[in-house]
Ligand binder design. Sequence first.
Ligand SMILES: Nc1nc2c(ncn2[C@@H]2O[C@H](COP(=O)(O)OP(=O)(O)OP(=O)(O)O)[C@@H](O)[C@H]2O)c(=O)[nH]1
Ligand SMILES: [Mg+2]
Length: 378
Amino acid sequence: MAGIDAEKIAQEAINAIAEKIKNLNTLNIIVAGKTGVGKSTLINSVFKEKLADTGMGKPVTSHMRKITKKGVPLAIYDTRGFELGKEVQAEVKQEVMDTISKGLATQDINKAIHCIWYCINTASNRIEPEEIEWLRELSMENQITQVPIIVVLTQSFSKKKAQEMRQVLLNENLDIIQIIPVLAEDYEIEDLGVAKAYGLDVLIKVMGEVLPDELMDTLQHVQIACLEEKKRRAQAAVATASVAAAGEGAAPIPFSDCALLIPTQLGMIASITVIFGFDVNKSVITALLSSSIGAGGATLLGKTVVTNLLKFIPGAGTVVGGVISAGTAGVITAALGEAYIGIMELVFKGDMSIDDLGSKKGKYAMSTMFKEQLKMKK
Ligand SMILES: Nc1nc2c(ncn2[C@@H]2O[C@H](COP(=O)(O)OP(=O)(O)OP(=O)(O)O)[C@@H](O)[C@H]2O)c(=O)[nH]1
Ligand SMILES: [Mg+2]
């Protein structure tokens, strides 16, 4: 009877994760706005790896630096000098347009500019007419290139002021996608307490609507501001895998060939890991697999796995003729995926560390969630 080697599967999962990350397209965003409005704070709060702290970035034009970090499929073009007056602002606009055109000319999605965030500080109390003019001219020059422009109202600890500012901008009828008030970091107002950070999830949702499909996995991989969107994307991967598994199981798969199903679940685990963007290593995957599919030792037998699993699916009963049905294959896959998403959620919220996952605590959580999911699915 064919055995299933948990270590080997874990290694294959790790390889699949690395391969998927390597294949992610690079997301390129221009972040513009005056000095001190909160561009760096915004970038660090929205994306993983404290990207804006990565040194000075590489100058790409007179007023633009490109910030990247090895292994992160994201490039931020940070503009400088808005506060220096109209002349510099015109230069910045030209550089923005040139950068957009240059990217488009390559016909490479990894080089194109996908979005512009223009940041205005709500706390500054006013929008300069030059800024509105700048946005108007940019959006006009951008009519053919159609790069989505999003205005981010930063440091919006006063929601009232942010709404007023938003209305002023709306009245200008600019050709922009959205105006989004945010507070990137909690803000302590003297003697009044702390205003909680908010709005970054809205920014991620809007990005999810404007970016092309080829960048959806990248967006979720690099963002750390919206759990809901990560989960939604991960759940779609689970749904796809479950349908595929059910298809594979449709011609009932004998226990011994349970291994046939494995690539589907591996691909799913890899997809979820990439969407959450955590650095998961082999020992973690081995631990999670053993705690869910019930590996006692290093080698699992297909029959043991399925028998173990079926115990948890009410009504699945005993297996006739040594086959696993289409429905069962789908159910097991969905439960595995949902449980893994549950684990990733715990890590995202800081309730568990990546290191915990390989420990008793992590294994227990995975095994509990998996069993719960199996019970729920039937
Ligand atoms: N509490 C809090 N402080 C913020 C927020 N955004 C910006 N700040 C503060 O405002 C100051 C300027 O923010 P930066 O993010 O450095 O602004 P910047 O636009 O990158 O500035 P330059 O790099 O000079 O162009 C810093 O002291 C930040 O801590 C926020 O959302 N919450
Ligand atoms: Mg900065």
